[in-house]
Each structure stands twice: as structure tokens, then as C-alpha cells.
Design a protein around this ligand. Sequence first.
Ligand SMILES: [Zn+2]
Length: 372
Amino acid sequence: MTSFTCAMTGKNKIGIIVDEDFATKNVPPYPYPTFLSYETPLRIKSILSYLEKNEIFKNERIVKLKPSTVEEDIIHLAHTKYHINSIKALSSRGNGLLGEEVYVTEDTFELAKKAIGGAINAITSVINHEVNQSIALIRPPGHHALRETASGLCIFNNIANSIIFLREKLQYTKRIAIIDIDAHFGDGLVQYFYDDPSVLYFSIHEYDFVEGEIGFIDELGTGEGLGKSINFPIPLNSNDNDFLESLELLELILTEYKPDLILIAAGFDMYFADPIGNCLLTTISYYKFTEKLLKIAEDICEGKLAFILEGGYSLIGLPVCVHSVIKALLKEKYEPPPFEYLDFSSNSKKSEISKIKSSLKKLLATYWSSIV
Ligand SMILES: [Zn+2]
């Protein structure tokens, strides 16, 4: 294992991107409950309150980092002028809806610019060894946003925009892996790099095996990117053990791919109490996932991990999930909160997961020598 310490301080540091605006601005339209209303500043407020209460910011290894706001030319790297101007125009008018799943307020344009800046700061602080790992507590989320339009509560694609920024403005050409653990398939994010072998996309998401949808195992990328887009769909009502079944495959892929940087599209809407997601995870999943990923990252890329917040809408669940990730990064023991007394072990989807895993392995064996 490579033990790598922060160049500036000589200690392992974890950067957390924090800004009060994410906890106060861009209030969704009322009345509750509507789908739109779940993407609220209270999400960040509840996380920050919980982290304060647990004295996370007093830990000497935790560094608070401020996000910068990007200018329009940076957004234009990943989005069309028409899309940027549409959001700007709706924001300047004070409000508006884009389809059924995106709202715009007077704050949206500025906050969405700051969200991209926060993601970029989280990533560059890791690449530059200012911190060892980072977490960007930003909103609106990004992984559904497309080049030409907002989608599914997402305005701009924070992760895609950051990667293109690294490529075009910082001449950072090394391999990058994105691990997307949001409950929903990152249909926007995957499109940016579908033919790009220098960006690996590995998504674990809930999947409707009855009706069918995109994000299935046979969507493997195209052209030179074939085999670099990997979907591990899991059934609705999957529990901790079901989710953690994906880690063996993830480890094989990452170890063979050897990225220089691992980004996590960190959605927490597979949490059992989430009002939008349909799975039954507890914080144990997020703690173990992070623990495992950190170990892999330390072995292959000096521990360079950056978590970029995506979904997660339970104001009770989201803070404890983020806390569990931080505890794993700190390599500290973790005790789940007392309200996680529910036992979902009887809900296991083990046999379905095994079938999916072996079918996926068969498909991937063509492209990955470590998978047989
Ligand atoms: Zn989601």
C-alpha cells in the first residue's frame, strides 16, 4: 500500500467544500410534497449541522475549502450556449420550470455556477496534493444534466464539466474513473465519455427489471470507449449486502484500469429512508464502500478520491450517510445511528444480484483480462 501524505502539511488531510449559499439559496417551489421540492437547501443545512454536532470540523485532518464560482466560458466547455442562456434568462426573471423535473429560481444560475466551481476545487485540491481526499457538499446536483439541457433536478453537469476543465484548461490527460452510486443511472454523465477510453464510468444504480430502462449491463460504451462504461444495476429494495456485492467487480476493474484519480458521483438516495430512491441501504453500505474504495485508491493512485454530492433527499438520512463516508476516510470506527435499528436482511435480492453479476462478467471478459 502506498502511504501518501499531503505535500503542504505532511499529514493526511480531507478537504470538505463548504459554502453557506448551498445551505440557504435556491429554495424549491411549494407546496410540499412534490418531486421538485426535495432538492432543497435544507439538504446541505442538515449535513452541516450534523457534522458540526459530531465535531467533524474540529478534527485536525479536516480542512474546509471554499468553492470558487466559474464564468460562463467554463460552463460552455460542457454545455451549449442555448442551455446556459436559458438558465440565465429564467433566473433573471425570478423563476421557471423546465419540464416536470427541473425548477429555476432567481438563485439558480449563480448557485449552479458555484456548484461547478466547488466540484473543480474538490478535484484540483486532490490532484495538487493540497489534500488527500475531498468531498464537495454542493447543489444543485449534476449527473442527469445533458450538454444541451437540464434534467432530473440537475442544471449543469458538475462532474463532466470538471473533467473537461481538467483536460482543456489544465492539460491533465491521465486516466480518470467515475464511480456513480446515486440511486439513479447517470444518464447525462455517461454520455460525455461514452467513446472516451480515458474516462471509466462504473455505475451502481437501482433498476426496474420489469419495465426496463436505460442503464442496463449491455450498454458498454462505443468506439474506443467500448468496455469502459459499466453498469451494475440492482433490483428495487436491495439491501446492504446486495449493494456490497458489486465491490468485488469494482476492485477488479479499478485495479486493472489503474486510474490516476477516482471521482465518486456521491448520491445517497439508495438510503432506506429516502423519499425518492427505492432501495434499503443503511450507512453501513456507504461506510464499507468508502473504506474499500480508499484502500483500492491507496494501492493504485496515492489515495486520490474526490466525492461530489449528487442526490440524497432524506434530511435525516443524508447527513448520516455523509458522516459515515467521512468516518471511513478518517479511518475511524463507525457506529450507525440508533434509528437504523431496522433489519432488512430478509429483503435480500441475492439470487438476482448473482445472476446480474455473472452476466455482466461474461460481457466484460472481452475487454478486461482480470475478469474471467
Ligand atoms: Zn438520484
